[in-house]
Every structure is written in structure tokens, then in C-alpha cells.
Write a protein that binds this ligand. Structure first.
Ligand code: GLP
Length: 243
């Protein structure tokens, strides 16, 4: 979907969340949301917070799983993805903080933390709707180029490009961006029942072109999403500029 504005893009993504939440509430069932960080979904969180405040949209029966987390940031660091989600969504809605789970980047045993996280998603019944962004190099969550297309939650090393892209969150210093992360694998992400990916700006143009029109390859991890039976790609005109 090529959207006429970023507001439209955020509205369409929020509509998908709202339809799911209200539909399940009518059946007295909760939902499992997959939340992304980065700048791409921020306007969606603004819109969900607005609908909560003004239109009574409730996330009180939702559970949520984060896509990824930095390794080694101090507990009180504002750029920990768990802190970002608390700030951008949890505190602005009635989403229960105890119902939000991310991979534990501070765990002593990181592989065990990844296994626990995968098990928690399974126990919750899987993710109903997963919000996604895409990196300029085609990464999804933190699955950098070369990632196995069937991968599960695991420890990864960030590329220089991604640390450069994320430096704006760390005082403009790429070397302040952690080198290591825990991330859901591409195989994990593909199991969510509906994927809603957002991209904005010309810098995402090539990644979007590969995602929509390219051959499926670990060189551009986002291309694996072509295998998903229910993927919605919401673009602004700039991100769609190379299609
Ligand atoms: C980040 C995140 C991803 C995000 C992507 C794009 O590093 N780990 O989840 O989708 O890269 O980021 P942005 O939305 O800020 O452009």
C-alpha cells in the first residue's frame, strides 16, 4: 500500500491492530501483539495512544512480545528496547507492563534467555499481529544480511551500517551503539499470523524494492517475508520510490 502521508500509514496500521483487538474482545479473547522499535512504528504508537485516550481502545487484554534487544546496556538505559516500548506505548495505554516480554539482553546465559523467550511466545499461542520495520540493508528485527532464513531467536552481531543507522539514538556516535543484540529469527517472525511492515523515506527505497520485487535471498533478509501468506507492506511515496 503506497500511502499519501505518514498519518495515513499510521492510521492503516492502527486500524489492523484495532480490528483485531475489538474482534477478540467481542469473543472474550485476548490478543498477542508483536512490537517493533526503531523510528518506523512510532506514529502507530502515537495513534494507538490517541485512540486509547479519545476512543476507548483498550489493550488491557493484550500480551506483547518485542522483536529484539541490545545486549549489555545498563538496566536504566533509555535506549533499551524494553524502555522504548514502555515509553512509547505501555505508559500511554492500558497495556499491562507485566504482559510485555522481550529477549533479556542482560541475562548471564544469553542462549538460555533466547530459548526462554521462544518458549514464552509458544506458550502464549503465537503472535497474532507483528509490526515490523526494515533496515536500509534489508534487515528485519536485527537479522542482518547473511542471516539464516529459518533462524530462531539468537545472539547476533550488528553490521557497521546498522550501528551507523542507529547512532542517532546514541548521541550520534556509532561506537556507542552496542555491537551485540538478541533478535527473533526470521523463522520466528514468519510464524506470526499477520505481518504489518512500515517503511518511510528514500533511504529505505532499495530495501523495499528487494523486499517486494527481489529474489528471496539471505543477502536481503526482508525478501523472506515474500513467503508469508499475510503480509501488509505500508509505504510512503519515498520508500516506494524504487518500485
Ligand atoms: C532497527 C531495529 C528494527 C527496525 C530497523 C529499522 O535497528 N532493530 O526492528 O525495524 O532497524 O529502523 P528504523 O525504523 O529506525 O528505520
Amino acid at each position: 500500500v503506497i500511502c499519501d502521508s505518514r498519518a495515513t500509514q499510521a492510521r492503516l496500521a492502527a486500524d489492523a491492530v484495532e480490528r483485531l483487538v475489538r474482534g477478540r474482545a467481542a469473543q472474550d479473547r485476548g490478543v498477542v501483539l508483536g512490537l517493533a522499535t526503531g523510528s518506523s512504528p512510532l506514529a502507530v504508537y502515537d495513534e494507538l495512544a490517541r485512540r486509547h485516550g479519545e476512543e476507548g481502545l483498550s489493550l488491557s487484554h493484550a500480551r506483547a512480545f518485542l522483536l529484539d534487544e541490545y545486549v549489555g546496556l545498563p538496566a536504566d538505559h533509555p535506549e533499551r528496547y524494553r524502555a522504548v516500548i514502555d515509553r512509547e506505548l505501555v505508559r500511554r495505554t492500558d497495556l499491562d507492563p507485566a504482559a510485555v516480554h522481550g529477549p533479556d539482553g542482560a541475562a548471564e546465559d544469553l542462549p538460555a534467555a533466547c530459548a526462554r523467550f521462544e518458549a514464552a511466545i509458544t506458550t502464549a499461542g503465537g503472535v497474532d499481529l507483528q509490526l515490523l520495520g526494515v533496515g536500509t540493508d534489508g534487515h528485519v528485527a536485527f537479522n542482518e544480511p547473511g542471516s539464516s532464513l529459518g533462524s530462531r531467536t539468537r545472539l547476533k552481531t550488528l553490521t557497521a551500517q546498522t550501528r551507523q543507522d542507529n547512532a542517532r539514538f546514541f548521541g550520534g556516535r556509532p561506537d556507542a551503539v552496542p555491537q551485540h543484540v538478541l533478535t527473533q529469527g526470521l523463522g520466528t517472525i514468519l510464524e506470526a499470523r499477520h505481518l504489518v511492515l512500515l517503511a518511510q523515506g528514500a533511504a529505505k527505497g532499495e530495501a523495499v524494492r528487494q523486499l517486494v520485487e527481489g529474489a528471496v535471498s539471505a543477502r536481503w533478509p526482508a525478501t523472506v517475508l515474500q513467503h508469508h501468506p499475510h503480509l501488509t507492506v505500508l509505504l510512503d511515496a519515498d520508500a516506494a520510490g524504487r518500485l
